[in-house]
Design a protein around this ligand. Structure first.
Ligand SMILES: [Zn+2]
Length: 248
């Protein structure tokens, strides 16, 4: 198995220290604009170089996976419209995990799309309190709190217009870190698509004796086991660590 960078408008050239800075929120780090584009089949990219956002279209409305930070939400909005889709047709708002670079723009996006917010059960309370109880946080609200319309669980399928997104709990990065899988079709061929949730531990988070997240090590172990079972034609790492990769 090898990985080849798809390259489309992407640069994965940042070194590890730059990535570390980005994760702890100490910019500058590359997060420039990306012209929105179709990746494969019904899957489109509407994010930035570092922060990601995916539009999955269906004949009965669309699914949006992640909204980036609040100031970046207009990028998603513009990307969707530039691709010729309507915001009002977004029916479902999915999350990779409850961190500000994934859900910071969710409140705004919910308002302008009326999409239903779905979140993995283990991230529900953190999403709802704006990150206040994030195990790595300091008790302060980080993003506009969002109450989920539906709580989902490991293995749950979300279906719209003939498209199915399956949620896989791959916790550790957050308690509800969710890897999503789907099948895209193009020119009569089917492709397994995996939107990988971040699978790295954040800076400063204890891996053992973590009073705020005692089972973090076990969760990471479980996450890697789960990821190993997924078969991908296309796999997207959803973290500032890297960008879009094609598995070959
Ligand atoms: Zn994160």
């Amino acid at each position: 198995m090898s990985y080849e960078r798809t390259g489309q408008a992407y640069e994965c050239s940042r070194n590890f220290s730059a990535n570390r800075r980005s994760v702890v929120g100490n910019p500058p780090y590359p997060n420039g604009p990306v012209k929105p584009f179709r990746i494969i089949g019904n899957i489109y990219y509407v994010g930035l170089q570092s922060q990601t956002s995916f539009l999955i279209t269906t004949p009965e409305g669309h699914i949006l996976l992640d909204t980036m930070t609040d100031p970046e939400a207009p990028v998603v909005r513009k990307g969707v419209e530039e691709l010729g889709f309507k915001l009002k047709d977004i029916k479902i708002l999915l999350q990779a995990h409850a961190h500000v670079d994934h859900v910071g723009g969710l409140a705004k996006m919910k308002e302008i799309t009326a999409g239903k917010v779905l979140v993995m059960a283990q991230d529900e309370s953190v999403l709802a309190d704006g990150g206040k109880t994030d195990f790595r946080g300091n008790g302060k609200v980080i993003w506009t709190p969002v109450r989920a319309d539906k709580v989902i669980h490991d293995g749950e399928k979300v279906t719209l217009g003939g498209v199915t997104m399956t949620a896989h709990l791959t916790a550790g990065h957050t308690k509800g870190c969710t890897t999503w899988t789907s099948v895209a079709e193009e020119n009569g061929k089917k492709y397994n698509v995996v939107f990988v949730c971040s699978n790295r531990i954040n800076d400063g988070v204890p891996f053992i004796n973590n009073a705020k997240y005692p089972r973090i090590a076990e969760d990471f172990e479980q996450a890697f086991k789960a990821l190993k079972t997924l078969r991908a034609t296309y796999s997207w790492l959803r973290t500032p660590t890297c960008s879009i990769w094609k598995r070959s």
